[in-house]
Design a protein around this ligand. Structure first.
Ligand code: UDP
Length: 476
């Protein structure tokens, strides 16, 4: 069934459809805004649950009213509205619970769309969108929001298994080099593979799901990735041996900031696309700290820590010679009977002289604040790119998905960070923080050099919260 999509007298209509989790929404909504600025008619298709949160915490609908051709539409993600959606929830539920309902809803939106959708930009993890697009005769571009290196590793998993390089034989085997991922033969170790590759069962359903979605991504009309040729050129060339229509369109946050700043001026108050309420008070606290004196510690929107891990991190930070801004998301500390939350309250009280703790920060503004000298990160791809563009060196503590590969690239290829993978010990935390913040360990290429040289095409400008005006108000 094909719709009439003669679009000569109207702007092309693009539907952007992310996986319903924070990191994916973040980069896809930025892409959607860039397309709206370029004059496309845009439908952003989000889950009911996430759209409600974006509206509640960031008044997102009001922000996008400025683009006459922009609309939000919402569909179910297949789960009840009161489902907690915390932790790495979606992998287990994706195929049986979410996919069938999302597929049916997507089809319905496309069939009823007026004007008809001329092109779908679908999250590359939502492979079912390919079948719907083919059925309705609509071109589809897949957008993989993870790093190109990780995409390439996911793609190569069947070859790694075929070569007998998986499974991993216990902890002594973790530093063995993997030789079957073209372009990464000299640096990719077993411990840098996604964590699900650590399972002994190579027939595991999550491995199969990830490989299936990744291979499907290359069957779309094109594949786009949130990176720049200057950052990931060698791996992009490898991916192009499987699919020539691969485009590097990022870093999207930097592209968008540049355009918005050019249009509205450097002090433009950027909208936040986040699913939590942003606590801007940390910017006022940062304003009082000397340049490059604070380490920002955040592990993204999904990762949880145990009570013990949080305490190791906290003691390491406390014993280092550096002040810290620590992010602890609500319900992200795993402990018995509210123990996790109690420990956070206690740390807040005891951190007063040395640090500042928030539930959710305006991360881009934080990373671009002059007081920030380092980023203790889980290496989600958005966070990694945001740190690279801001020129902030990293301490990498990856947890799952693409984070282990990203961590290896940051520390071993770009050489702009330290790798703390598989360790959580206060002494190591203390040493790494001091290396980065106090001794200013020489990285082969500094983070700020990469930001300036490698991605100079972006002509990036920092973003600002309206801190001068807000600050004025606070001081009155
Ligand atoms: N983020 C934020 N405030 C926070 C923590 C995170 O705005 O306090 C944003 C961050 O800027 C990034 C996204 O949330 O754009 C997290 O995405 P990422 O890919 O780094 O990690 P994920 O959350 O998917 O693990």
């Amino acid at each position: 069934m094909e719709q009439d999509r003669s679009s000569q007298s109207r702007p092309p209509h693009v539907l952007v459809f992310p996986l319903p989790i924070q990191g994916h929404i973040n980069s896809m909504i930025k892409l959607a805004e860039l397309l709206a600025i370029a004059g496309f008619k845009l439908t952003f298709l989000n889950s009911h649950h996430n759209h409600e949160r974006l509206v509640k915490f960031n008044n997102i609908a009001a922000h996008f009213e400025r683009y006459s051709g922009f609309q939000f539409k919402t569909i179910t993600d297949g789960l009840p509205l009161d489902h907690p959606r915390s932790g790495n929830w979606f992998l287990d539920m994706f195929e049986d619970t979410m996919e069938p309902k999302m597929k049916e809803s997507l089809r319905e939106v496309l069939v009823n769309s007026s004007p008809p959708v001329d092109c779908i930009i679908g999250d590359g993890f939502l492979g079912f969108a390919l079948e719907v697009a083919k059925e309705l005769g609509i071109p589809i571009i897949f957008f993989r929001t993870s790093s190109p290196c990780c995409f390439w590793v996911y793609y190569s998993i069947p070859d790694i298994i075929q070569a007998g390089e998986l499974p991993i034989n216990g902890s002594e085997d973790m530093d063995r080099l993997i030789t079957t991922v073209p372009g990464m033969e000299t640096y990719l170790r077993c411990r840098d593979l996604p964590t699900f590759c650590r399972k002994l069962d190579i027939e595991d359903s999550i491995i199969k799901l990830v490989v299936k979605q990744t291979r499907k991504s290359l069957q779309a009309d094109a594949l786009i990735l949130n990176t720049a040729e200057e950052l990931d050129g060698p791996i992009l060339s490898q991916i192009r041996t499987k699919c020539p229509r691969v485009y590097a369109v990022g870093p999207l946050h930097a592209q968008l900031n540049t355009r918005l700043n050019a249009k509205h001026g450097e002090s433009y108050d950027h909208i936040s696309n986040t699913l939590w309420e942003v606590d801007k008070s940390c910017i006022f606290w940062l304003n009082k700290q000397p340049n490059r004196s604070v380490i920002y510690v955040s592990f993204g929107s999904i990762t949880s820590t145990s009570r013990e891990q949080l305490l190791e991190l906290w003691y390491g930070l406390l014993n280092s010679k550096t002040k810290f801004l620590l992010l602890v998301r609500p319900n992200s500390v795993i402990g018995k009977d509210g123990e996790g939350e109690d420990v956070v309250m206690e740390l807040m009280e005891r951190s007063k002289d040395r640090g500042y703790i928030v539930n959710w920060a305006p991360q881009e503004a934080v990373l671009n604040h002059p007081a920030i000298g380092g980023f203790f990160t889980h290496n989600g791809w958005n966070s990694t790119l945001e740190s690279v563009v801001a020129g902030v060196p990293m301490i990498c503590w990856p947890q799952f998905a693409d984070q282990h590969v990203n961590c290896r690239v940051v520390s071993e290829v770009w050489k702009i960070g330290l790798d703390m993978k598989d360790v959580c010990d206060s002494k190591i935390v203390e040493k790494m923080v001091n290396d980065v913040m106090v001794d200013r360990k020489e990285f082969a290429k500094s983070a700020s050099e990469i930001a300036k040289e490698e991605i100079k095409m972006v002509q990036w400008r920092p973003i600002h919260l309206k801190r001068s005006r807000a600050e004025t108000r606070a001081r009155r």
